[in-house]
Design a protein around this ligand. Structure first.
Ligand SMILES: [Zn+2]
Length: 95
């Protein structure tokens, strides 16, 4: 059976909805997952102060109101560190 073109072509690829979350400092941040295949550099996670190794899927977070222009303010986080940012904020509290 020959493959027929679908009458309306492939479904339009909708842009992923922006994922806005509140950061540890109370501001809104846009959160984007970085797949392992695109993690090609070593980053410093502000949540735990450890390195994010190349090949590690993680998150990139930047101020929501600055959009793509916020390159300098982007931060790379381990996914679990971002999830637990409320209790593992960037300010280290030695007690
Ligand atoms: Zn981390």
């Amino acid at each position: 059976m020959p493959r027929r073109r679908r009458p309306h072509g492939p479904p339009p690829r909708l842009p992923a909805p922006r994922r806005i979350e509140t950061g540890p400092d109370g501001y809104d941040y846009e959160v984007r997952p970085v797949p392992a295949a695109r993690a090609v550099k070593t980053y410093r996670c502000p949540g735990c102060d450890h390195e994010i190794r190349p090949g590690t899927a993680h998150l990139v977070v930047f101020p929501a109101d600055m959009g793509e222009g916020a390159v300098d303010d982007r931060r790379h986080w381990h996914t679990p560190c971002w999830t637990h940012r409320a209790t593992r904020g960037p300010t280290r509290k030695w007690s």
